[in-house]
Design a protein. Structure first.
Length: 366
């Protein structure tokens, strides 16, 4: 009888222990699933079939949406991780007809991912991300991961590409209000931009209409084909933060490397003040830390009607340089500069930095 009562007394403790083990197990599984989901969403996953002319690209969004670029149509659905399986909903798709190799790749995508529980393994070691999925026939398919880039990286730099047959580069500026400004070497092109599913998505472009030499006109045509109204595959390498690379891929799969230069806003980590300076063609000897030659400047103000006035009509010595400006002893100019406050300047350094924004007025002296 005592044994019976002892068993009954210990039974709740046993149940509690089982419940505790179950809770711990559930917690571990949940953490594993969460880690896998996080890793999946941090990359775009590319599979290049041996017979397909374009790759298959997966994007797992944090809102549990999956998008698939098949090289032909785009597919989409929902996803989640359960244990070692990616569980997907039926896929919906656009309905465009394409070349046979891409239609076959689209069917492969549907066979693997449409309303399936897909076994997978994931590795993100040695600076390389690999996703291996197994289809219903037991065939394994290996996807390589490309880290998804924060859109701020694009807008923190201007990006230059120098074609071999011209003297002027193509320069991209990704503005924060979703406008892309492009100096083609001839005219300036403007369009919209956003990063979506690992691609730079651009809209229709508007351009100035200046005539240029044939090589620059051809460069402008190339720029429009590369950047206007496209979903552009891209990669950013920020190993060197002072000179990162942006790789854009055209419609034929050709890659072009743009070199990044940090914007002044990123470099100085502050918002600038706009200042207008008139710069004399004459310079004067001056002494800062050491004897040097100084430009002569005076600050200009413009009222709401555009009428120019001077804060002080006397010339002042300008110690230092205006970034992006080259003094010409035969030219008087008025420039608009961005004036930044330098945080923690060195003992022999100015607390202000001026960066050329544009030339407002110029006069040539013979």
């Amino acid at each position: 009888m005592k044994i019976k009562y002892l068993v009954l007394a210990l039974l709740p403790l046993s149940l509690m222990a089982c419940q505790t083990v179950q809770n711990v197990t559930d917690g571990v599984v949940s953490q594993i699933n969460s880690n896998a989901e996080k890793n999946l969403t941090e990359y775009n996953w590319t599979y290049q079939g041996s017979t397909a002319s374009k790759p298959l690209v997966l994007s797992f969004n944090a809102d549990q949406r999956v998008t698939i670029q098949t090289g032909c149509n785009n597919q989409g659905g929902t996803w989640k991780v359960e244990g070692n399986k990616i569980v997907t909903s039926p896929l919906v798709s656009t309905m465009m007809a394409c070349a046979d190799d891409l239609m076959q790749q689209e069917r492969l995508s549907s066979d693997i991912f449409s309303e399936k529980k897909v076994p997978f393994s994931l590795s993100t070691s040695n600076d390389q991300a690999i996703l291996t999925v197994t289809d219903s026939k037991g065939q394994k398919h290996v996807f390589t991961g490309t880290k998804i880039v924060n859109a701020n990286v694009l807008s923190n730099y201007t990006w230059s590409y120098q074609p071999t047959n011209t003297q002027k580069p193509i320069v991209l500026t990704f503005l924060n209000h979703d406008r892309l400004s492009v100096d083609t070497g001839c005219n300036r092109l403007n369009t919209s931009w956003k990063v979506e599913n690992g691609l730079i998505v651009t809209g229709d472009g508007a351009s100035t209409m200046m005539a240029c030499e044939p090589a620059l006109m051809q460069q402008e045509k190339f720029t429009g084909e590369l950047l206007q109204k496209r979903q552009i595959p891209f990669e950013v390498n920020t190993t060197n933060l002072h000179e990162p690379t942006l790789t854009l891929t055209d419609a034929k799969g050709q890659k072009y490397n743009f070199i990044g230069k940090m914007t002044p806003e990123t470099k100085y980590q502050s918002e600038p003040k706009t200042v207008f300076l008139e710069i004399s063609p004459e310079t004067k000897s001056c002494t800062g830390v050491a004897p040097q030659t100084c430009m002569q400047v005076r600050e200009v103000k413009y009222d709401e009607k555009g009428i120019k006035t001077y804060t002080d009509k006397n010339w002042s010595l300008y110690y230092g340089q205006i970034e992006g400006f080259e003094h010409n002893p035969k030219q008087r100019v008025i420039v608009r500069v961005k004036r930044f406050e330098i945080k923690n300047p060195a003992a022999d350094q100015s607390s202000l930095a001026d960066v050329l924004d544009m030339v407002v007025e110029q006069e040539i002296f013979k």
